[in-house]
Structure formats: structure tokens, C-alpha cells
Design a protein around this ligand. Structure first.
Ligand code: CO
Ligand code: CO
Length: 354
């Protein structure tokens, strides 16, 4: 059977695109903080700080990086779904300054609605992406479910002194982003048969791209804070950085890499539920220039899957970092703002640098 052409479109089996929640970003964090349990001094990064992955010290010069991520289909081709889910899960290892070591598949599969060839294609997409990252997928677990669900649990390593977290951004730092935004708007347009420009192809390309090359370049720079842009959107993840670092950020709207079809579609009223939830949550944290429309604001909050790395580096190195990223093939890389003194956690969005 041709797995790419089942009668059922994969995204139509997903009750909602991606993992966009109705709850505000990070709503589980206060609960996680109250769970109690053993306090282990080897936990260098745990669940309390909204970081991308946990970090566990094994010895003076070796720590494990542990993360898992899974979601329902945001694209129709099973192979692409697997590749994107794998790239997305691997990204949280890179976002901690780590290198992936190995991974496990996490699968929910409606075997009465879809043939097993569909699952084989999802797994093949993930395995190819894992190979590209230099790791093997060594096992996993499958359950029967109403909607397809797929992701990875990824284990990586990092030197305990080289861990990159949301904390550490300093006033004067340049804020650098490595992939364009607008992925949530485009995948939602495609799911709703409203992608007149066929922009989903470019979005799949962006989402399937590993953050490996960007991470390798970043490892050569003095990175003060690092995360990746996923479900909370650019401003949501930046807020995690400004809060953890106790700083204020200023973003320049015109400096942002944005997929052009996303600008068009958001102006037609297309945006995922998670993007609107992000925008509402962020209203307490973000001040937008009066010249920015609601649609432009939504794009800045757009829930991404497998988005780029978001780095804060010494202000004098910002453009050098972007140049090095572009040489490494990370073409969308841009300095999108700077870290400033100001009310901790808050973000201001200007149209362009003053
Ligand atoms: Co992340
Ligand atoms: Co994650």
C-alpha cells in the first residue's frame, strides 16, 4: 500500500494541530514545582525552571541531557511527520548545549484507521533524521490510540560547565534567532485547506531541518542563554529567558525572519489556537509598538513546531555569530533584538532598531 496516499489525511485524524493547549504556556510548572520528592544534588537542571531538557551530572566532566517530546500530526505525509517530530525532539538537546547520544520512539497509533505501512513510514522518517543527527533509535513503546501520536525520548551528554540554559542573558547581549517563524500559521492553513500558495512544502523543509549545524556554530561562541522556539512561540520562549535571567528584552519586528506566506495567511485570520493562547498569556509580559497590528503580534507569538534556536550572546559578537551561522548553511539566522536593563521578564517590541 502507498503509505503517503491513505484515504485518511493524517492531519484530519489530529483533533487539533500540534500540541497547542488551551491553557497558558507553562501552566503545569507550578504543579511540577509542588511535587516534592527526593532532592538529588546531581540534578543540574530540573523541571522547575522551564528549561528545554533536564541535565543530570554523572561525574565532574560528564552530564546526561534528557528530554521527550511528542504530538499529533501537523502534516499529512507520514514520513514528514516522523522526521519533524524527531528534529523537534532532538532540538531540546541542542538547546541545552548538549549532543544527542541515542533515542527511543514514543508511539500512539490507531491501527483500525491506518495501515501499519503508515507507522513504518513515520518511523522511517524519524530514523533518517536520527541518522542525520549521528544517533541510532534503539527502541521505544507503542500503544493503540484514537489519534496518531509520535515523538522521541532523547538522551544526550554535555560537560557540566557547558550547560546552556534560559538563565544567564545579560544587558547588552544580542538576541539571535536561527529559523524563520510562522510555522504554526502555515500548518494550520494546510490543515484547513487554505494554503493557496502551497507554503507547507517550505514549512516542512524548515521543520525537518535539524538544529545541529546551528548548535555546532553556537558552541564556538560565548553563549549566555539558549533555548529553542516551539509551542510557546518566539515571545513565549524569550519570556522564559528574560524571566530566568532577570532581564528585559527588546525585539525589532522588521529584523525577524518570517515565512512570507505566514504574513499573508495570518492577515486572513488563520492562526492556531495555541498562538492565540500565547498572545493572551503574553499580554502581561509584552509591550508592542503602536504601529504593530494584532496580526503582526500574533506572528510573534505563533506556536512553532521544531523552530530555531534562540541565543543571547555578547552584543559585540552578534553579527559575527550570524555570519558564521550563514556560512554553515543556517541562512535565516538574524540578530532580532537585544537584552536591556529594565523590568525583569518584560519584553518590548519595536518596529525597527532605534
Ligand atoms: Co525547547
Ligand atoms: Co520540548
Amino acid at each position: 500500500m502507498d503509505a503517503s496516499n491513505a484515504n485518511l489525511r493524517l492531519t484530519q485524524l489530529a483533533k487539533r494541530a500540534g500540541c497547542a493547549a488551551k491553557q497558558p504556556p507553562g501552566y503545569l510548572l507550578p504543579l511540577l514545582g509542588k511535587l516534592g520528592g527526593l532532592v538529588d544534588p546531581n540534578v543540574l537542571v530540573g523541571s522547575a525552571t522551564a528549561d528545554d531538557a533536564a541535565v543530570y551530572k554523572l561525574s565532574a566532566d560528564l552530564a546526561l541531557v534528557l528530554t521527550t517530546d511528542f504530538f499529533t500530526p501537523i502534516v499529512d505525509r507520514p514520513y514528514d511527520f516522523g522526521a519533524i517530530a524527531a528534529a523537534n525532539a532532538l532540538s531540546d538537546i541542542y538547546a541545552m548545549g548538549g549532543q544527542p547520544t541515542t533515542a527511543l520512539n514514543l508511539v500512539g497509533f490507531p491501527d483500525e484507521k491506518l495501515s501499519v505501512e503508515v507507522l513504518a513510514e513515520i518511523l522511517r522518517g524519524a530514523a533518517d533524521k536520527a541518522s542525520e543527527a549521528g544517533i541510532a533509535v534503539v527502541g521505544g513503546h507503542t500503544i493503540k490510540s484514537e489519534e496518531p501520536i509520535f515523538g522521541l525520548c532523547v538522551i544526550g551528554t554535555v560537560h557540566p560547565n557547558k550547560v546552556r540554559t534560559n538563565a544567564g542573558a545579560l544587558p547588552g547581549d544580542a538576541v539571535v534567532l536561527t529559523k524563520p517563524i510562522g510555522l504554526g500559521v502555515i500548518t494550520t492553513a494546510a490543515k484547513n485547506n487554505a494554503d493557496q500558495r502551497g507554503a507547507i512544502a517550505e514549512a516542512i523543509e524548515v521543520m525537518s531541518t535539524l538544529n545541529k549545524a546551528a548548535a555546532e556554530v553556537l558552541a564556538r561562541f560565548d553563549v549566555h542563554a539558549l533555548t529553542d522556539v516551539t509551542g510557546f512561540g518566539l515571545l513565549g520562549h524569550l519570556r522564559n529567558v528574560t524571566s530566568a535571567s532577570g532581564v528585559h528584552a527588546r525585539i525589532w519586528n522588521d529584523a525577524l525572519p518570517v515565512l512570507s506566506a505566514a504574513r499573508e495567511y495570518v492577515n486572513q485570520g488563520i492562526a492556531p489556537g495555541g498562538t492565540h493562547a500565547n498572545w493572551r498569556f503574553l499580554s502581561d509580559w509584552v509591550t508592542y509598538d503602536d504601529g504593530l497590528s494584532k496580526e503582526q503580534q500574533l506572528l510573534l507569538c505563533d506556536a512553532q513546531t521544531s523552530g530555531g534556536l534562540l541565543a543571547c550572546v555578547d552584543g559585540a559578537s552578534g553579527q559575527k555569530l550570524v555570519d558564521a551561522l550563514r556560512v554553515a548553511g543556517v541562512e535565516a539566522a538574524a540578530v532580532i533584538g537585544r537584552i536591556e536593563h529594565g523590568e525583569p521578564g518584560q519584553i518590548s517590541v519595536s518596529i525597527r532598531p532605534a
